[in-house]
Design a binder for this molecule. Structure first.
Ligand code: ADP
Length: 630
């Protein structure tokens, strides 16, 4: 015997010591397989002794077993003479079962399979562990989903309905939401925070659940009362029960506790949301009133002012006026004109605030426009206009007139030394640059960064007593931006200022504030609308699909935000929105839905939605915006 060879009895002892079962079947000429060898592990695993097992036919053990996937793999191996493996349920001598992992290997001699060696291992505990883990995993996942279902509710009624569903789905228990007082008197509710009349008699269990802010289970384990927080003046409990022979297991109770905690947090969210919404509405209402008032005043001012200017012109015609009277008259006219401009700026400003400034884009020759304005100022000051290029842009002529009038007016007003301002217009292939320059009082360097803010006035202008309101530049900047342009300033106190407006020749819609529609059946998207307006969007709201289409017909839309529960959106409505979105290439963003194939939404934002999330998505779809085809 060479050194590498092992005596057969040593080998057999080693095999007997193995934890895995080792069996050898002999294949008889008639094809039947009989057990010719088994190790000790087999006896340990199945309870069969050698006397009982050896010599028996394989069929007697196994082939009567269920035709599952594992068994089929093994049978195929035997039938084809190839090695194979499978996991299957096996029986012990006492009839009990275990999970068995089996590999089978043929022994071939002279091209014939003479024996099969099978190695088997009891994997029951592994299988159990895996399935326990899977169950745990499923349960955790269900809890996460439950949390999501509860935390995304904004309405108290819906929260009550949803918590019932969640408990039913998760632990199969019926749950009632009860408003209760510390004495245990209670009443079932469908809503939270409403006035309730408690039953006369208190329930001790409810009182204890509330007192301990915890859970009380009845003796038979069929009913559990769990404290679920406070909302307004009432405390709430979840009263859960299972019917029939069922009992609430520990895991059920654990889940119930968690749901009750979720409920308490969700109820607080609902309360906060409503409070916030009310405050927001109040602020928005106030804002609206303010801006209505301003718009009304500005509008009503203009009529009387026109009369003042008109009659001031006429007065000289009805009789001789002396030199001094004429001078006073001139001063009245100037002040009235100034007031009237102020009124019209105010009006524009309030329209801007309300997102009512719709630009009428057309071809505008900026050179011609600026020359016209300069002429209007000719009696006050000479304005030198140089034009170095073709200066056509796509823009709203009236708004651009306001822009350059404001700048030229300032250049004159803030040059008390009577020096002449100058305007220089140069062109680039894709933009027109207009610089308005003066040799006036200039702006202190420290104040340059805020000069475009609303109501901002420089200290030197105030000191010199030059009248002004400080929102001309604010308005100017807004109007320039609506054209997709920019405005910048260079200035030195005592030397002069230069305001530079750059207007793109073709307005790229993506650069100008864009219009979106919020489709919301309850119009409670007010909060979103507000947030998006703050983000620089022009926002319209629509309560029906028809309204969305009507808005799209009257102005160019960049996106439609659908804030309607998918479930309540009738399928024909969804289909129409989808068709509309496809035809016009206007993207739809759905709120609340996990995904919205019915709507064909390009994105879905889960609730609770924050304006910031929406802005980020709108920002992402920016590249989709097209150039204005004019
Ligand atoms: P208003 O002229 O009515 O005060 P604007 O918004 O047009 O309001 O201007 C804001 C402030 O910027 C002015 O009050 C003034 O201090 C400063 N300013 C604007 N234009 C000039 C200019 N060309 N030269 C010096 N200061 C200027």
């Amino acid at each position: 015997m060479s050194e590498r060879e092992i005596p057969a009895d040593v080998l057999l002892r080693a095999i007997n010591a193995s934890g895995d079962v080792v069996l050898v079947y002999r294949v008889d000429p008639d094809g039947k397989m009989r057990l010719t060898y088994m190790n000790d592990a087999y006896a340990r695993q199945t309870g069969y002794t050698r006397e009982e097992a050896l010599g028996r036919e394989l069929d007697a053990f196994r082939l009567a077993m269920p035709d599952d996937e594992g068994m089929r793999a093994i049978r195929t191996a035997f039938a084809t003479g190839q090695a194979g493996a499978g996991e299957l349920i096996s029986y012990r001598k006492d009839g009990s079962t275990f999970w068995n992992e089996i590999t089978v290997q043929p022994i071939v001699e002279n091209g014939r399979v003479t024996h099969w060696v099978t190695i088997e291992r009891d994997i029951s505990s592994e299988v159990e562990r895996t399935s326990a883990l899977a169950e745990e995993h499923d349960r955790l996942l269900a809890l996460v989903r439950a949390a999501r279902r509860l935390f995304t509710v904004f309405d108290a009624r819906e929260l009550v309905a949803r918590v019932k569903e969640v408990v039913r789905d998760l632990i199969g228990a019926e749950v009632h939401v009860l408003a209760a007082n510390p004495a245990g008197a209670s009443v079932e509710v469908e809503d939270l925070g409403t006035e309730v009349t408690f039953s006369a008699v208190g329930d001790d269990r409810i009182a204890r659940a509330i007192g301990g802010k915890g859970r009380i289970v009845d003796e038979v384990g069929r009913r559990a009362i769990v404290y679920a927080g406070q909302y307004g003046d009432s405390r709430y409990v979840l009263d859960a029960s299972v019917g029939g022979a069922r009992r609430l297991r520990n895991t059920d109770l654990f889940v119930l506790d968690l749901i009750a905690e979720y409920f308490a947090v969700a109820a607080r969210n609902v309360a906060l949301y409503h409070e916030l919404d009310e405050r927001r509405s109040a602020v928005m209402e106030l804002n609206q009133t303010k801006s209505d008032l301003i718009a009304m005043l500005a509008h009503d001012f203009r009529g009387p002012l026109t009369s003042v200017v008109g009659f001031a012109e006429l007065i000289a015609e009805v009789g001789e006026l002396n030199e001094e009277q004429l001078e006073f008259l001139e001063s009245i006219k100037r002040s009235a004109l100034q007031l009237s401009e102020l009124a019209s700026d105010t009006l524009t400003l309030s329209r801007l605030e309300r997102n009512e400034v719709g630009l009428q884009f057309a071809d505008v020759d900026v050179a011609e426009l600026v020359r016209g304005i300069a002429e209007q100022y000719a009696d006050r000051r000479e304005v030198d206009v140089t034009v170095a290029a073709d200066a056509h842009v796509t823009g709203d002529e009236e708004r651009l007139r306001q822009v350059f009038s404001n700048l030229i007016d300032n250049a004159i007003k803030y040059s008390p030394g009577k020096s002449s301002p100058s305007v220089e217009i140069v062109g680039a292939p894709d933009a027109v640059v207009v610089s308005v320059r003066d040799k006036g009082i200039g702006i202190p360097t420290a104040e340059l960064s805020t000069i475009f803010d609303r109501f901002s006035r420089a200290t030197n202008a105030r000191k010199l007593g030059i009248s002004g309101t400080g929102f001309g530049l604010f308005l100017t900047k807004q109007l320039v931006q609506l054209h997709g342009g920019t405005i910048a300033v260079e200035s030195r106190e005592g030397e002069g200022s230069k305001f530079v407006v750059t207007l793109p020749r073709r307005v790229v819609r993506a650069a100008a504030p864009r219009t979106i529609v919020i489709f919301d059946e309850n119009r409670d998207g007010s909060f979103l609308a507000h947030g998006l307006r703050e983000g620089g969007y022009r926002v319209r709201t629509a309560a029906a699909v028809d309204e969305v289409l009507a808005i799209a017909d009257s102005e160019s839309l960049d996106a439609v935000i659908v804030n309607v529960e998918e479930a309540t959106l009738a399928s024909d409505q969804a289909a129409r929105l989808r068709a509309f979105s496809r035809e016009r290439s206007i993207p739809i963003i759905a709120i609340g839905g996990e995904s919205s194939p019915r709507l064909g939404a390009i994105a879905a934002v889960p609730k609770p939605v924050l304006a910031g999330d929406l802005l980020a998505i709108l920002e992402r779809i920016r590249p989709l915006a097209l150039h204005l085809a004019r």
